[in-house]
Design a binder for this molecule. Sequence first.
Ligand code: CTP
Length: 428
Amino acid sequence: MIQLQNRRILVGISGGIAAYKTPQLVRLLRQAGADVIVVMTANAARFVTATTLQAVSGRPVRNDLWDPAAEAQMGHIELARWAELVLIAPATADRLARIAGGLADDLLGAVCLATRAPIAVAPAMNQVMWEAAPTRRNLATLVADGIAVIGPESGDQACGEVGPGRMTEPESLLEAVVGLFEVPPGLSELRAVTTPPGGSLSGRHVVITAGPTREAIDPVRYISNHSSGKQGYAIAAAAIAAGARVTLISGPVSEPVPAGAALIPVESARDMHAACLEAAGDCDLFIAVAAVADYRPKTAADRKIKKSDAGDVGLHLDLVENPDIVASVAALPRRPIVVGFAAETHDAMKHARAKLTRKGLDAIIVNDVSRTDIGFGSDSNAVTLIWAEGELTLEKQSKASLASEIIDRLAALFVRQLAHTNPENVAH
Ligand code: CTP
């Protein structure tokens, strides 16, 4: 079966004895229909020859960042762009450390740093090296960066020891690669094999807007809406449970503030706008759950409007549009991942997709508020998560469990981008 037809896979080989198995892996990938370019490190060439790999891949092998002829043909940045998957097999302890540290002093390092494609590594090393604290730390970093770790297997090692550290066999690696491509579009970010220690949003700063806004008519009256803040507060609690530092920018609600959230209370849309722009500066993920009033009275009277003020023509309010908060955050030059909510009564998916584009969002969560059993004020909700390449319906459940599912899905969907948003936000 041609499971990888025309898939562009860059196979990286680092310098370990398991490199002798990589020509077989390349053959299997090619037989499955993939187009393969091999990038070898200098030490890999001590274990396997470029000639062998050129023969099995059917393409020139790349091994030097400084080879002017090769760079002129397809430079390292083009190589990084070309790849739909970067698969490093074997990945030595040293290579894992280099990728975790973002080192780009050789061709394979530069490609890993310059690619937007998913990266998978098949570690291979002595079992003591595999269990060593630095390797553990590096693996945690790689997983947090969304890199798939395939294997290693346990068994006899080339060094004579028995234990974990054998590279996964080429046949199983092929299966794993097919699996990586089978994940639905956009959900390819779900490839991380384990959650980083401390939770899926560990060390990330998440800013959440919640509740309604109040738009003053005079000192005692305002325009507002039915938002209870329940969903936004539940999302804040779920983000804290996932390890995030949370700033909750909320209109007036009676919900208790989740333990650990930094609350910024606001009243009007303009207050919320200002607070959000300030908080967005060091934010990784911005989730706009607030039901922001689209319009406000053009002027708020500074004294209570008296019935007698209306006269014969009745009382008229001039309304002007409020700033679009989520769109303003999405338009920032150094922007976080931005997720909006859409409360819709009809043509929900069509309107939500239009909002996703119009507001420049990374994802939008659609709420069908025409259903009386869910939504405003209710304790349960059902939503659809929409992003550029896909959508996912999250069935009716309590707002608390839905919030956890939303946070899990967003963390998985954007794991790679989140890893690169604001590195200074990572907890020390
Ligand atoms: N939103 C915002 N600022 C506004 C209006 C909305 O940040 N001034 C955010 C909401 O928090 C939500 C998303 O935009 O995440 C969509 O809100 P919604 O009220 O559904 O969209 P509108 O732009 O108001 O569109 P419409 O009223 O036409 O449905």
